[in-house]
Design a protein around this ligand. Structure first.
Ligand code: PLP
Ligand code: COI
Length: 354
């Protein structure tokens, strides 16, 4: 840990808290009163500031806009009944942010700066943390290139910012998913493992088509032959197949999810065999037919544990068991909630106390 970060704080003169309807919190549309901003120039991070949330002014030539040199993170903060505020595993996101930064030729941010800046911002806007079940303060750190230069090369200046906002559940029902057999999200040697803005841009058109066809999410498959499962649009894909927790290896092409890691650690503690390996589409479909696939869900910060209701593949749709009756995902969700909302002891030390 370095010394406490020196952050210049300018508080808003008009809080929007009172006019916010906490009974209606669509994901990602409501922002708390403040945001964090830092600049990278001359080889160092500086100008750490917390300012009122609002528009910023930038050159139209910044390389983030033209070449997509940008990445983000997603984290949640929770408020316990006794008023204690915790952030869930922010160090894991700090680690992953630096992997994204390295792949995108962007400057790393020391882990303690990442975590301290989030904690300072959450502390200032702690009244924005919703306390209702399934609700949290969503934290969106992001970094982008700010050189005003149209040549294709890594920028020399960057901004790191953090926004927060109260959110309810990202998905409101069991997902009808489609296994993709044409489009590709990421290829070997690409940047699928990074939380790069561009990874999301490339999924929007296929995802829009899937929604038009009545699906909620795409399950991406490998870029070579579409034979193996990769991940979902905003979550890692996890399955209970023949009594084992099966999930694709977090290699080059998928995001190494913090929730995925958390679910694996819980399964291991419960003595459930865990297999992180290549997961063939064929075995998932076979399992859906035979009944050996007893659970399927997406795991992610925004998504939490999102049950898959049915899987569409090659013209056939396979309906899975009623999510309410699924032993594993129900237990994971409850345990995770109990830890995050402080109802049971945090034996893993996952809650970072603000
Ligand atoms: N995969 C993708 C593509 C995502 O956008 C997310 C969400 O962050 C995840 C997986 C899950 O990652 P995490 O659990 O760290 O939120
Ligand atoms: C998250 O879970 O934090 C994500 O990044 C999902 C997001 C793309 C909505």
């Amino acid at each position: 840990m370095t010394d406490t970060l020196d952050i210049q704080i300018t508080k808003t003169s008009h809080s929007r808290l009172q006019e916010t309807d906490f009974d209606n919190l669509p994901f990602g549309k409501i922002f708390s009163d403040h945001m964090f901003v830092a600049d990278y120039a001359d080889g160092e991070w500086k100008n750490f500031q917390i300012v009122p949330y609002g528009d910023i002014s930038l050159s139209p030539a910044i390389s983030a806009l033209h070449y997509g040199q940008a990445f983000f993170e997603g984290i949640k903060a929770y408020k316990h009944e006794d008023g204690k505020v915790v952030i869930f595993r922010p160090n894991k996101n700090a680690e992953r942010a630096n992997k994204s930064a390295e792949r995108l030729c962007m400057p790393e941010l020391p882990e303690d700066i990442f975590v301290q800046s989030i904690a300072a911002l959450v502390d200032i806007d702690r009244d924005w943390i919703p306390t209702k079940a399934n609700h949290a303060l969503y934290i969106r750190p992001f970094m982008f290139a700010t050189d005003a230069f149209l040549g294709v090369q890594a920028s020399t200046t960057y901004k790191f910012m953090i926004l927060t906002g109260p959110v309810g559940p990202y998905f409101s029902k069991a997902l009808r998913v489609k296994i993709e057999s044409y489009y590709t999200r990421a290829a070997q040697g690409g940047m699928g493992f990074a939380k790069a803005a561009g990874n999301y841009a490339s999924t929007m058109m296929p995802a829009k088509k899937a929604v038009e066809d009545g699906f909620d999410q795409i399950i991406w498959t490998d870029g070579s032959h579409h034979e193996f499962i990769e991940e979902m649009g905003a979550a890692n894909a996890m399955f209970i197949l023949d009594g084992k927790l099966v999930t694709p290896v977090a290699g080059d092409t998928i995001l190494n999810g913090v929730t995925r890691d958390t679910v694996i650690k819980l399964a291991e503690a419960w003595g459930i065999p865990v297999e992180q390996r290549n997961v063939a589409v064929a075995e998932i479909i076979e399992g859906a037919k035979s009944g050996k696939l007893t659970d399927a869900f997406g795991a992610g910060t925004a998504a939490t544990i999102a049950p898959v209701g049915s899987i569409y593949y090659n013209g056939e749709e396979y309906t899975l068991s009623d999510p309410a009756t699924r032993e594993f995902s129900q237990k994971v969700l409850k345990t995770l909630d109990d830890i995050r909302y402080g109802r049971i002891e945090d034996t893993y030390g996952w809650n970072y106390v603000v």
